[in-house]
Design a protein around this ligand. Structure first.
Ligand SMILES: *Cc1c(COP(=O)(O)O)cnc(C)c1O
Length: 229
């Protein structure tokens, strides 16, 4: 597994670099979020050894077990799942960024807990660009209001937007979803004067298109770690 992880890492970095260069972007402006959900701590440690510093997780119980022994200080865990407000206190000690803030209630509950610990948490707002009913994320026309809520919360620092494309989308659909997130980001920046540098979009199957459309974070699970069992 370690050998193949290193091979996968090399191949993925080369593809990220190529996609960035094709888009006339600096390859260093794209961070790979190594989505280690469903894989054991040994996989996280191996990926750290291979140079990855940002890990993506989506289950609170799994996070508590996997990260009970802390990662080196320069590693970060991004929460990329749907977060219930009653799980916030359990997950906050282990995560450095929450990418999936998708409703005002979650903003309020996060603010309450963060204030107690006098901690400021970077977050991304999860947007449902494609409008699929089963996808989480706030509708694009409600994003401004959610951003205003987050900007009004002193312990929450909105740093960008996150989205998931439909699984069966073709290339033109993917371009419109990822491009749509970027356009929405530009509009929100203009309306609020608040800079939102991060665009987390693209997974193993579609990250090159996401990079072409401006992704700063691509969330790669299977392409790096192999199939989840
Ligand atoms: C699982 C997951 C990913 C990674 O998916 P792969 O297809 O394994 O690359 C990315 N983003 C989110 C939100 C996920 O839940």
């Amino acid at each position: 597994m370690i050998g193949s992880l290193q091979d996968n890492a090399l191949a993925l970095r080369a593809r990220v670099t190529k996609a960035a260069e094709r888009a006339h972007r600096d390859p260093d402006s794209v961070t790979i979020v190594a989505v280690s959900k469903g894989f054991p701590r040994a996989a996280v440690d191996a990926a750290y050894e291979a140079g990855f510093r940002v890990f993506g997780e989506n289950r609170v119980q799994e996070i508590r077990e996997k990260y009970a022994f802390p990662c080196p200080a320069d590693a970060q865990v991004h929460f990329i799942g749907s977060l219930q407000t009653n799980k916030i206190t359990q997950v906050l000690p282990y995560v450095q960024v929450i990418e999936t803030v998708d409703r005002p209630e979650l903003v309020r509950a996060l603010q309450r807990q963060l204030e107690k610990h006098d901690r400021v948490l970077p977050v991304m707002l999860q947007i449902n660009i494609s409008g699929e009913v089963q996808k989480s994320g706030v509708a694009p026309d409600a994003a401004m209001s959610l951003l205003e809520d987050a900007l009004a919360a002193p312990h929450i620092a909105p740093v960008g937007l996150m989205t998931m494309a439909p699984l069966d989308a073709d290339e033109s659909m993917l371009r419109s979803v990822f491009g749509g997130l970027r356009i929405l980001r530009d509009e929100l920046q203009e309306r609020t004067g608040h800079v939102l540098p991060a665009l987390s979009m693209g997974m193993s199957s579609d990250f090159e298109i996401a990079i072409a459309e401006g992704a700063t974070h691509v969330r790669l699970g299977r392409a790096l770690f192999g199939e989840r069992r």
